[in-house]
Design a protein around this ligand. Structure first.
Ligand SMILES: Cc1cc2nc3c(=O)[nH]c(=O)nc-3n(C[C@H](O)[C@H](O)[C@H](O)COP(=O)(O)OP(=O)(O)OC[C@H]3O[C@@H](n4cnc5c(N)ncnc54)[C@H](O)[C@@H]3O)c2cc1C
Length: 511
């Protein structure tokens, strides 16, 4: 190092950087900063799961969950709670820092992953590139052509996205459920598409031959996956940690953020796995990256604004939230192609595509229901183009943040999904089941897996994700994307984080 450059280093020490949350946005940010030689603290409220048990026995399966399943609950709370009206699917579990969290609001509960790797630990791995025309519709403020030519391919490569193995989908007994639904799609005149995934299909093939421990084929989804899924701890986070520049602070929740000169003080609450508070400390950082997910980031910022901690935040903070049009529905199948098998892979591989960017668009992914019984049931996670938005507001009476999403706001999603299900039933026979969801509902309008928005790019932040009115705080997660994408969101969230980090680093915002 020359005398001039070592002098420059002494005069301007490297900034202290905090990343709040270690999901897709946080992992991309950690890697890109670490590759620039910058040290970061990666603050994660959940566990560093890989350190909790030997590989292969970290997580519990969906059909036999234990304390590792839920983030501080006493009972599991699965989306499909019933079968034939009987609630035998959910289990009592010890109160523990498990991997699947639920944020409950008045009329919406949001499922999310908790731990190093965020949602990548629990999700179904479906890694879908959105339609460019739809992204242009929902985020005209960004350069969509550049986003698709540069950052979407980067995300797909770095996440390890692959098409489902055609032999498995065509022949495996574990994919009978998807073939049955696809045949019924065809009879009703609908197109079936394959759904890319980050699961290792070669590993899954070996699972089906009983050559390796079963994972996707042993219902390891939603409460974590022990083998074949390329979660962030096997991709972005692995590369970030290998630099030696990233300090992970697990079981540490950021509870407050407020300025101190041009820096920010974070309040860090450290807990043990039973939820007991071990310490509460305040640490000052020069730069803060908010990657706590759409709900986590929105809640923190809405509260900070309301309490006067970050008074400069603008009126867009907390706005344009949506559940990505998520509506789940199950059909009892009839006639030919009605067997969905006694064994099912936990990893989806196909979907019904009826999307033209209009508000009647539906992309209905054929989801497994691996309960070990022949249920003759096709489950769909329908993604829809719902025109409504929810908004987060601070409730001074309860001290909590509320979300204004209602069943009425969800109704356009249910209506769009119903048109498709009615057509499937008319062509094939069968009916929509009402004995699987809470309250005997046919279509879910009260939970989601894909929270999006609350801190929208170019509105609450500038066009690179830096918060308006709080320089040095950068938003890097699903809260940047307003309400919907038409496909599962993690590829787009990853690409958005890649884009923003690229532009912020080039602009010297971490110098
Ligand atoms: C069951 C399920 C299935 C899904 N399936 C798919 C799928 O197949 N394909 C797809 O694309 N998407 C899927 N998703 C959604 C996907 O996982 C999310 O969209 C994605 O993880 C969001 O990324 P993110 O970076 O915004 O935040 P997250 O991945 O949610 O990461 C946020 C992190 O921040 C941490 N955190 C939150 N608050 C704080 C705080 N105050 N202090 C410290 N840490 C904090 C959280 O513990 C978490 O680790 C699924 C989600 C669920 C729940």
């Amino acid at each position: 190092m020359s005398l001039a450059s070592s002098l420059a280093r002494v005069l301007s020490p490297a900034p202290r950087i905090a990343i709040i949350g270690s999901g897709y946005g946080g992992s991309v940010a950690a890697l890109r900063l670490a590759q620039k030689g910058l040290a970061v603290d990666l603050i994660e409220m959940g566990q560093d799961w890989d350190k909790t048990a030997p590989a292969g026995s970290v997580f519990s399966p969906m059909n036999n969950p234990d304390k590792r399943s839920m983030w501080f609950e006493t009972k599991t709370d699965m989306p499909y709670m019933y079968l034939s009206g009987l609630n035998w699917i959910n289990r009592t579990v010890p109160y523990y820092a498990g991997v699947l969290g639920i944020e409950r609001f008045a009329e919406m509960k949001v499922y999310h992953g908790v731990g190093l790797g965020g949602g990548s630990l629990v999700n179904g791995g479906m890694a879908v590139t959105p339609r460019q025309s739809f992204v242009q519709q929902v985020m005209p403020q960004i350069n969509v052509a550049e986003f698709f030519s540069k950052y979407i391919p980067m995300a797909n490569t770095n996440l390890g996205v692959a098409q489902p193995a055609s032999d498995m989908v065509a022949n495996s007994t574990y994919y009978l459920f998807t073939r049955a639904a696809a045949a019924q799609n065809a009879k009703a005149g609908y197109t079936t598409v394959t759904v890319p995934n980050v699961y290792d299909w070669d590993y899954m093939r070996l699972e089906s031959f009983n050559r390796v421990p079963k994972s996707a084929l042993a219902s390891e989804v939603i409460f974590g996956n022990n083998y074949g899924k390329k979660s962030l701890t096997k991709t972005y986070l692995k590369a970030a940690l290998a630099t030696g520049k990233v300090t992970v602070k697990p079981l540490t929740e950021v509870t407050r953020i407020r300025p101190s000169g041009s820096s920010y003080i974070l309040t860090l609450k450290k807990i043990d796995t039973a939820g007991a508070v071990l310490s509460t400390t305040e640490v000052t950082y020069d730069k803060v990256i908010m990657a706590a997910g759409s709900i986590g980031t929105s809640k923190m910022l809405v509260k900070a604004k309301a309490l006067g901690d970050l008074p400069g935040l603008n009126a867009s903070v907390g706005k344009k939230w949506g559940p990505n049009g998520n509506t789940m529905v199950a059909r009892k199948l009839a006639g030919a192609n009605s067997s969905t098998g006694t064994v099912q892979s936990g990893i989806p591989a196909q979907g019904l595509m009826a999307w033209d960017d209009s508000t009647s668009s539906v992309f209905a992914e054929i989801a497994p229901f691996p309960v070990g019984l022949e249920t003759n049931t096709a489950n769909y996670l329908a993604l829809t183009n719902n025109p409504n938005f929810g908004e987060f507001t601070y409730n001074a009476t309860t001290g909590k943040v509320d979300l204004s999403w209602t069943a009425a706001k969800h109704a356009p999603s249910v209506a769009a999904a119903k048109v498709v299900m009615d057509k499937l039933n008319a062509a094939n026979g069968g009916y929509v089941r009402t004995d699987m969801l809470e309250g005997g509902k046919a279509y879910s309008d009260f939970f989601c897996y894909h929270p999006l928005g609350g801190c929208v790019i170019g509105e609450a932040t500038d066009l690179n994700g830096e918060l308006k009115g709080a320089p040095g705080i950068f938003v890097m997660d699903g809260s940047l994307i307003p309400a919907k994408l038409g496909v599962n969101p993690f590829v787009t969230i990853t690409a958005m984080a890649e884009r923003n980090m690229d532009k912020l680093i080039a602009a010297g915002r971490f110098a």
